[in-house]
Design a protein around this ligand. Structure first.
Ligand SMILES: [Zn+2]
Length: 283
């Protein structure tokens, strides 16, 4: 049995899974992200791992937001949650579950979910892409997740010499043109109306796909992962095709021609599957 925990600002999700990635048991708890002390976080972790010691998982994989020190399993910093600064996540969970605990940054981990349970099975090199409200890329290269200390998940790659101001304060980040926030703003700018949250305009969706591809083209140029697994905002076959065509047009010769696949796992399970994959990768 595998155990996975997802730590978000104010929320903890957890699951026990079998070796095929099927969720056997789930738990969820909330805490006050603005609290200055750690008691709420401690209590939430205690609650979601109840009974795990008896279940005896081979390990716990944790997908954590913010900046983490994966080597020692400590949260370095989460902007929205002051009490998580320096939080000993691995030690705390090891004390609760009595099993080895591995911690990684959430956005990078989904590549291990795809590697063990999704479209990346059997591959040692590919990329996994979050799209929608959040944007990020995890890269598996020769069987290892590219995760240098201080490295990020790509949302703030610069894709324009000028461009819009990003939430990070810089100009021209990929995030400013390739999330659903951009999609909504651009729809308003073009005078399009939202239909139940879906923006149906084909031209706008093509532009959105092109903007996502803009970041992925750089990943392909640098690492030639060959396969890109899309999560989240998978807006149909035309969307997938558009990204794949753009990638192929810009791919260096000699590289495996890039393919784009869609992983339509429930969004809530992506990080948990990544955590379970992390446990398998460390066996
Ligand atoms: Zn930025």
């Amino acid at each position: 049995m595998l155990a996975a925990v997802e730590l978000l600002p104010g929320r903890v999700r957890a699951a026990l899974l079998d070796l095929s990635g099927t969720v056997l048991r789930r738990a969820e708890s909330v805490f006050d992200p603005t609290a200055q002390d750690r008691t709420g976080i401690d209590a939430a972790l205690t609650e979601v791992t109840q009974g795990w010691r008896d279940a005896g998982p081979v390990g716990v994989g944790v997908a954590a937001v913010g900046i983490v020190d994966a080597d020692v399993g400590v949260v370095v910093e989460v902007n929205e949650v002051p009490a998580l600064r320096g939080y000993p996540l691995a030690d705390t969970l090891a004390g609760l579950v009595h099993a080895p605990v591995h911690v990684e940054h959430r956005a990078r981990l989904q590549v291990l979910g795809d590697r063990w349970f999704g479209p990346g099975q059997g591959r040692s090199t590919f990329a996994s892409v979050s799209t929608g409200e959040v944007l990020g890329v995890g890269i598996l290269h020769d069987g290892r997740v590219l995760a240098p200390p201080g490295g990020r998940s790509g949302a703030h790659m610069k894709v324009s010499a000028g461009g819009e101001v990003c939430t990070c304060g810089a100009l021209g980040c990929w995030k400013t043109i390739a999330t659903t926030a951009w999609l909504r703003a651009e729809a308003r700018r073009r005078g399009l109306t939202e239909m139940d949250g879906d923006i149906m305009d084909g031209e706008l969706l093509d532009d959105y796909a092109g903007n996502i591809a803009l970041g992925l083209v750089n990943i392909q140029q640098l690492f030639a992962p060959g396969l890109f697994v899309l999560h989240g905002e998978a807006a149909g076959e035309r969307f997938r095709t558009r990204i794949e065509e753009r990638l192929r047009a810009d791919s260096p010769s000699g590289a495996e021609p890039p393919r784009v696949l869609v992983n339509d796992n429930p969004v809530d399970d992506i990080a948990l599957l990544g955590g379970a994959g992390l446990v398998l990768s460390r066996q």
